[in-house]
Structure formats: structure tokens, C-alpha cells
Design a protein around this ligand. Structure first.
Ligand code: IVH
Length: 719
């Protein structure tokens, strides 16, 4: 269709043209996001949007309710139901060097206590760069297939999985009644290339890499589309099983094969660190020849009983690790450096780059960490990159490793423009203009704007709604920005409580405004409200993490939640807590302070940050408003009730002989007990090994029950 030029355009023409563009852009949005099959190039799409905006500028009175310029982000893929995993799907810790692998193997031996060298076997297999999937069979029939999602709940993609030939839909009679097979869905490199060739031949946009294509193919609402893409599957782990049909990881993999699954042929069972590293190197050499992308090698403790003893940290198992291949690098030009403000005020320099493909992914931004990093100074003052600084205009080496944020690792000095100047890091917040400070021992400059800094406030809300905190779907980065800066006071979200009052602040007319202006559409507005209302009751740990208290990460939040059990108990105690006075010898703070720091992993720094947070009147105001809307749920102990030590506070002291200190803690955790670092009136039980000293004496003085390691095993029923 020929396009009318602007100067010939009457108001009527303009109205018609805006209508045409709105429809056309909506159509291409749907092709791109909804169907994963764009028809026009990104550049052509951008040109349409620019034309729309230019006309809107000339005739602001004609801006349509459904204008493409008013849309935020893409519509989330609707239509998949959620599946709660019977057993969480966790991620893996990473090792980047042989030394890290040695540390991992060492930690397994240490955790399990005294075992002779080379007595623990490990499996080593490629880490497939795909998407993890959990397949659930009941009565030997495939009943659900779910993506990993956030690890606890994923998307139900069963209809799509049924189209994958490599996945058996029934299991042989010998398989247990309930079986969960976990593994990786991926697209072979050859199938990916063929698909792209076909797309190009049809004049369609090609795909970026096999992983994203596999992801897009799996998340199709129409299983016919999934069926038309060749997806494959490697089985490598199990989830829930009604009976364990094997004793070892390698035995399990053999069974998977017998049941008809593909398993990776490069899987090996090995016992020494040297053999493990040799296999890693071997797989590294094979890597380019393989018909699928891999990004490392996964090592797992072979014995499933030992796996169980080793258990999990918050997000990953202690019995496995991913040994990553070295990162991929590319060179490009550094166009500019922006300063980003984090929720605690940290100023992070971000590199804006001429777009470049690094290992199959287009990179436009990379982190520059902090001021010293740009200057070529390391954390301990040592020179980085032999002291080379990084300047705007430089040719830089960008590195991307796995899912981590890309970084600039070096500059090519020979390419440096002759007129370049060193970068000057302004010691001022780019948003609220407050001055920045750099605390001793810290690399970061921090905006001192605190509660007045809008950038920090936005980041705090983004953190609050993020996946591992309140996890409110529909409040992404753009939506948070929109609500934060909304002019209408009934649309504004300035503090967490505002999120929960949004719905009741809406008059019908405002609701209409939101539906249209925001491009949310009536359905999405309803969905957003539903997502918000679902979080009016929330796990205490998520609540605490969401507050964004400095130094309180997910792990500390969990520990605090377990330690206090209820929000009331926590808040009252923390408000009463007094830290030890500086310079006063022997001052240990008051009892509430002791209670806080007795929690495993909560040291002086974290405790101080928490107490400080609760001493700031504004924070209390914000919290009270939030608590009027939201109820943090008491944290239940994770173990089945009836454990004899459930809810008890236990101190381990002296040397332990049958288990390591870490295993003791993990065991207590498993049985619902709390482990404390020091003995106080609150201690219920002390487990003392040989050589116990002052803690034992204190326990005796306070009349607390003391048992030895053997009695501990008897007590928890593991003797
Ligand atoms: S084992 C409890 N084995 O890597 C951990 N994971 O970074 C069970 N992955 O989410 C995972 N290849 O999607 C395992 N051979 C392999 C793997 C593998 C790829 C993925 C998986 C997992 C992620 C963790």
C-alpha cells in the first residue's frame, strides 16, 4: 500500500492512517509474540511504529485508545495451566576451573565425614543447553509434562510434548507406578539450520539460536506448530518415584534407556578428580562435532543414598555441579557508559555497545561493575588488565558466560581513538542528584538519596514484585515504571502497599483509562488484580525478602523466617534489639539482639542492617500500610510433624565423628529443628562431641539437656 506523505495529510487522512497503522502493528505483534512467526524484519516493524508516532505528534488529538505507542511490552503467553512440581526442580551450582571442581569433590567428602579417598563415584555428562522438563507417569502412562518455571511451579506443556517422538508415552510393566523423569528438551543444530533455511526461503525472519527456538516451539499454544519443529529429549534425572528402582544415578540412566528414553552417550562413571577433569577435556574437544549445544559438563554423586544425605542448599543440590566451558568472547565498540541506580543506591556503570553476537546471543549492554573496574584497578587495589582503563570509543572485548550478565573484560589499545579521554565517574546520583558515597572496603559508589531517590524507589518496587519475592505476574519493569510515574494519584504505585490498594482506588472511568492507555486490555487488568490478590497471604520468607533490607537475601530471609516462625515475633524482637555498644568491652547487646544473631548465618552486618531498617520511621510507616493489606503466613517447619526435635533449638559443639558440622546442620534442618551458634536460655538441646568446651559448660550451668552424637542419631531415628 502506498503511503501518504505527511505534508499532504489532512486531519481526516491522519485519522485513517492511524487506524490502519494500529491494526497493522497489532497484526505483526501477534505474529511476533503470539505465533513466533514474524513476517517483517525488525527494521520494517520499527519504521511502522515511527510513522505512527510521527503522525501522533502532528495530531495529538487523534491518538487512539488502542494506539501502538501506548502498549507496554508483549502480552504474556496465556493458555498454559500451572503445574506444581512434586519435587522442586533446582538449578546447579557452577564450577569454572579445575580448582573449583576439586573444591566441589572436597566438599562432598567433607560433608559426608570420614570416607577414604576415591571411594565416592561421580557421573559426568554433558550439560545440554536446552530447557528442563519434568515428565510424570502414573500407572506407566504419561500424564503431565511441565517446564521448570520457577522451580516450584511450571507450565503444563503436555499437549506439546505428546508431539515429540523421542518421549515415550507409556513405560514398560517393570516401571514403578509413579515415575517422574527429568531431562532436557533441545533442538539439534542440524534441525535448527534446516528450519532457518526454510524460513529464509519463505522470506521469513530466521531464528537466533537453537535454545530459544526450542523454547519458543515448546511454548506454542497450538501443538501442531510444536509438532512441525523437531524437538528432542535427553533424560538425566528423576523426580518423584513411588519406589526407587535403582541405587545409583548411572543405574537410573540405564533404566531410562531400557524404558525407551534417549540418554547421553558421553555419560561416564568416574572416581578421581583427575579422571573427571580428563573426561571434561574430552567432551570439550568433542563439543564442536556434537549435533547439539552444550555449555559444560555436569558431575553428580552416583550413589543415590549419598545424594540424599548430601541434600540441598536453597537452590541447588550439594551432590552435583556444572563445570562450565570457558566463556565466549567477541569485540565491539563501546558507545557510551550509563550509570544505573540499584535499589540500595549502588551506582553501576553499564556499557552501551554496538550490538554484537556473542555465542549466539545479541549483546547490546554489558556491565562495567564499578569505577575502579573502569580505571583498571582490582578489588584489592591490584592492577586489572595490566592497568588498562576503559574509555568511550574503545574497541572492547565482551564476554558472555552462560546466563550471567555480559561483561567487558578488556580493551584493544591499538584501536583506541587518539582523542579519547579517561572516563569520569560522577560521584552523584544521575536520577535524584544526591551526592554519592563510597564506604570503606567497598567498590561501589552509593546514592545517598535513600528515601527521596526515585530510582531507588522504583527498584525497590521491582524487587518487591520479583519472582523470588512477591512474584506478581503482570508487573514487569515497564508496568512498574508506568504506575510509579502515573500522574493520576489513583493510579500511582509509590510503595508496596499501593499495589494492594490499586484495585479499590479505581473508579470505573480510571479502569477504562488503564484498559486503554495501558494496552493492558480488560482481561489483563483483571488478571493483574487477580495476581495481586493472590499475594495477600504470603510466605513469611518471601515477605521478608521482598522488603529489600540490605544484606537480607533469599537465604537469610528463609533462615529468619524459620528462626522466628511468625512476623509478629520477628518484628517485636527486632524493634527491641540493641546492638552491642561500640567500645564497651564485653557488651553483647540485649537479648533480642542475641536472638537475632543466634540464627545461623545472621552475623553482625546483616543484623545491623535489619535493626537499622526497623529504626527508620518511614520504613515502619510503609510496612504498617503494607501489613494492613497483606498477611505474612507463619513459616511451617519443612518436615513432617512428629519429628522429636521439631521446633527445638539445638547447638552442636565439640568434634563430631560420624558426620561433618554441615551435615549435622542440614540434618537438624531436615527434622525441623533450628540450629543456633551459641548456648542461651532458649537452647533446648546440646549435642556435644569430644573436646567440647565453653558451650558445654554453659549448657550445664543453665541445666540444658546434653547428648552425644550417637544419642543424636538414635533421637532422630537414623541410628
Ligand atoms: S541435573 C538438581 N544434568 O542445567 C539438578 N541438568 O543449571 C538436576 N541441564 O535446570 C539437574 N544438562 O535444565 C542436569 N545433564 C544434565 C543437564 C542439566 C542440562 C540443565 C537443567 C538444569 C540446569 C541447571
Amino acid at each position: 500500500m502506498s503511503e501518504i506523505s505527511f505534508d499532504q495529510m489532512s486531519e481526516q487522512d491522519a485519522a485513517l492512517e492511524l487506524e490502519r497503522l494500529a491494526k497493522l502493528i497489532a497484526y505483526h505483534d501477534e505474529r511476533y509474540h503470539g505465533k513466533d512467526q514474524p513476517e517483517i524484519s525488525d527494521a520494517d516493524y520499527d519504521a511502522l511504529k515511527r510513522r505512527n508516532e510521527a503522525i501522533e505528534k502532528l495530531y495529538p488529538q487523534l491518538i487512539r485508545a488502542d494506539s501502538p505507542s501506548r502498549k507496554i511490552g508483549s502480552v504474556p503467553a496465556a493458555g498454559f495451566t500451572q503445574v506444581t512440581h512434586a519435587r522442586a526442580m533446582l538449578s546447579l551450582d557452577n564450577a569454572f576451573s579445575d580448582e573449583d571442581v576439586g573444591d566441589f569433590v572436597g566438599s562432598v567428602y567433607r560433608f559426608l565425614g570420614r570416607l577414604p579417598d576415591n571411594s565416592i563415584a561421580f557421573t559426568a555428562e554433558p550439560k545440554i543447553d536446552g530447557l528442563s522438563l519434568s515428565l510424570r507417569y502414573e500407572g506407566r502412562k504419561l500424564v503431565t509434562a511441565a517446564t521448570r518455571g520457577d522451580g516450584t511451579t511450571g507450565e503444563n506443556v503436555t499437549a506439546n510434548i505428546l508431539t515429540i517422538k523421542e518421549i515415550p508415552q507409556t513405560l514398560p510393566a517393570s516401571a514403578p507406578d509413579i515415575v517422574e523423569v527429568r531431562g532436557e528438551v533441545y533442538m539439534a543444530k542440524s534441525d535448527f539450520l534446516a528450519l532457518n533455511e526454510q524460513m529464509a526461503a519463505e522470506g521469513k525472519q530466521t531464528y537466533v539460536n537453537p535454545r530459544n527456538t526450542a523454547a519458543g516451539s515448546l511454548r506454542q499454544l497450538d501443538p501442531k506448530v510444536t509438532a512441525s519443529r523437531k524437538l528432542r529429549f535427553f533424560a538425566y534425572a528423576c523426580g518423584e518415584m513411588s519406589v526407587m528402582p535403582a541405587q545409583t544415578q548411572s543405574g537410573m540412566v540405564t533404566l531410562f534407556q531400557e524404558w525407551g528414553f534417549c540418554t547421553n552417550p558421553l555419560t561416564k562413571r568416574l572416581t578421581s578428580i583427575e579422571a573427571i577433569i580428563a573426561h571434561y577435556n574430552h567432551i570439550g574437544l568433542e563439543r564442536a562435532q556434537l549435533d547439539y549445544d552444550i555449555d559444560g559438563v555436569v558431575y553428580k554423586v552416583d550413589d543415590l543414598k549419598l545424594q540424599e544425605r548430601l541434600g540441598f542448599r536453597s537452590r541447588s543440590p550439594r551432590w552435583a555441579i556444572a563445570h562450565k566451558f570457558p566463556a565466549e568472547q567477541a569485540t565491539t565498540i563501546l558507545r557510551g557508559i550509563d550509570i544505573q541506580v540499584g535499589r540500595t543506591g549502588v551506582l553501576t556503570p553499564v556499557a552501551r555497545l554496538t550490538p554484537i553476537t556473542v555465542g549466539g546471543v545479541v549483546v547490546t549492554n554489558a556491565t562495567l561493575h564499578n569505577e575502579d573496574y573502569i580505571k583498571g584497578i582490582g578489588q584489592k587495589g591490584e592492577p586489572l588488565r595490566e592497568g588498562r582503563d576503559i574509555r568511550i570509543g574503545d574497541t572492547v572485548i565482551v564476554q558472555r558466560a552462560g546466563d550471567v550478565i555480559p561483561q567487558i573484560v578488556d580493551v584493544v589499545l591499538s584501536e583506541r581513538p587518539s582523542d579519547s579521554v579517561p572516563f569520569e565517574f560522577e560521584h552523584q546520583c544521575p536520577v535524584c542528584k544526591s551526592h554519592a558515597v563510597r564506604e570503606e572496603g567497598e567498590a561501589a559508589w552509593r546514592c545517598t538519596g535513600g528515601l527521596i531517590c526515585e530510582a531507588q524507589a522504583v527498584e525497590r518496587i521491582r524487587h518487591f514484585v520479583s519472582r523470588n519475592a512477591f512474584d506478581i505476574e503482570g508487573l514487569g519493569e515497564k508496568q512498574v515504571e508506568f504506575f510509579f510515574h502515573a500522574e493520576d494519584k489513583n493510579l500511582k504505585i509509590r510503595t508496596p502497599a499501593d499495589i494492594f490498594t490499586l484495585e479499590k482506588r479505581q473508579s470505573q472511568s480510571l479502569l477504562k483509562k488503564l484498559e486503554h492507555i495501558e494496552g493492558f486490555g480488560a482481561v489483563s487488568v483483571k488478571k493483574l488484580y487477580a495476581a495481586i490478590n493472590e499475594r495477600r497471604e504470603i510466605a513469611l520468607s518471601r515477605f521478608l525478602f521482598g522488603l529489600g533490607i540490605r544484606h537480607v537475601g533469599e537465604v537469610s530471609a528463609k533462615r529468619i523466617a524459620r528462626g522466628y516462625g511468625s512476623y509478629q515475633a520477628f518484628a517485636e524482637s527486632v524493634k527491641a534489639a540493641q546492638a552491642p555498644r561500640e567500645g564497651v568491652k564485653g557488651d553483647k547487646g540485649n537479648e533480642a539482639w542475641q536472638e537475632l544473631t543466634n540464627i545461623e548465618g545472621i552475623g553482625q552486618i546483616v543484623a545491623e542492617a535489619i535493626v537499622e531498617f526497623y529504626h527508620e520511621p518511614h520504613n515502619i510507616e510503609v510496612l504498617d500500610a503494607l501489613l494492613a493489606e497483606v498477611t505474612p503466613l507463619d513459616e511451617a517447619a519443612p518436615v513432617a510433624s512428629g519429628s522429636p526435635v521439631e521446633g527445638k533449638v539445638i547447638v552442636f559443639t565439640g568434634s563430631l565423628e560420624k558426620m561433618s558440622r554441615d551435615e549435622a546442620k542440614a540434618m537438624a534442618d531436615r527434622y525441623g529443628a533450628k540450629v543456633a551458634g551459641s548456648v542461651s536460655k532458649k537452647t533446648d538441646l546440646v549435642v556435644a562431641g569430644p573436646g567440647a568446651g565453653s558451650k558445654l559448660a554453659k549448657a550445664q550451668e543453665l541445666g540444658i539437656e546434653v547428648i552425644d552424637e550417637d544419642a543424636w542419631f538414635v533421637l532422630v531415628g537414623e541410628a
